[in-house]
Design a protein around this ligand. Sequence first.
Ligand SMILES: [Fe+2]
Ligand SMILES: [Fe+2]
Length: 454
Amino acid sequence: MSTASSPCSQLSAVDCHPIRDTYQALLHSPPDAVTLRRAEDFLETQLTHAERLDCDLPDEPYRLLEWMRAGAKRTTEAYAEYLRERKGGEPRRYFTGRAHSLYFVRAVAPTKLVDGAWLYGVLPHWHELHLKPLMQTYIEELGSGVAAQNHVVLYRRLLAEHGCDDLSGLSDAHYVQGTQQLALGYLAERYLPELIGYNLGYEQLPLHLLISTYELGELGIDPYYFQLHVTIDNAASGHAQRAVQALLDNLPVVGDRKQFMQRVGRGYRLNDLGLGSTAAIDEFDLQRELLSMFERKRQVAGRVHSDHCRIDGRTVNQWLGVPGRMLDFLSALQAKGWIRRNRDPRDSHFWQLIDGERAAMFGVFNPYERQLLHDWIAGEWLAEEGANIPPRTQPAVLQTAVGDFASETRALLAQLEDLPCDARTQRLIELMSPSLHHTPAGLLATRLFAASHR
Ligand SMILES: [Fe+2]
Ligand SMILES: [Fe+2]
């Protein structure tokens, strides 16, 4: 993992998140000059790191299509082999259970929540033909302004559905990709070849996407967001093909082609920095996650438990009153027989206190937190019995906004009516920024922009 130079040597590692801070600052719309300078410093550092990595891009641009198709073929063959293995009885390759898969969904969230952001800076150049493929990709990432197809809306829904939307505890490594995406999006004027290279790398179909889509579905977690990217990024006609086209369309005619391709290569390799999907899957440690979840909960629990029940000589409030005791507390619960590991969690009294609408602690733990506890208690039983998959919930039917719920729409339309043509486009572009495009106003702006700038 690479990090930008650390501005916070005075702070403890827990408090110091320079990359996450830059990420969040870039999500203020529009980011101020100080933030943009920070973003540029960060991007320069990342590009220096990227330059030291191997690059598998062909030197000759005319070989790019062939390179892309060969890559896609290798991926689909490896996936066919994976499917054969699974049909032959091999266990899942990525996820040990639902908690593991939700951990992954949460760990990659900082990247997915700014999906497409690296392309934002091409919007003001909508009239330039050679940038059209990139602009089209951006609009498609935004679902052309339709909430049900906006990639960021879809991911936010996925996180919310499983109680994964609180991202506290994620390290700076988790924010590297998302920050790079935002930085490229806001600094496109100075980093266009790098942006084109990054886009080329990001839109190629990776094997991990196919496998995680398959295994999420198997575990009863709606894989639609991931499935969508299997189809939309395809090599024949999707974003991958368009990424190659964008590079070819932007090759300098009079300028230095070699230097352009070198810069494309630097941007391409940015994809390999930070914590990638497979690394996020590999780093999962169920017990560590469970303990840090309990620590977070402990801090907000206060003295809400009654003191009449003692576990191994201590009241629950005493157990929760001090940091670092959670592992001993869980051991004490096991010794008391309240947690019985490696069997169906429903046999554990502690689980019964948490699960179900009539449970004494109903609502204390969100679905992700419950899943961590469930899978930790179930242990080996999980592997033997299958993953205890709940039925998939149907997506909510979207209502058309009326009354106060449509006030944003009315306000925006009124605002646009008063503006001259250029200023109107400018306003729409502001609302299509990475931090706003998924809001009702941003979605409407995207629909209006897409209708008039295709
Ligand atoms: Fe996307
Ligand atoms: Fe894409």
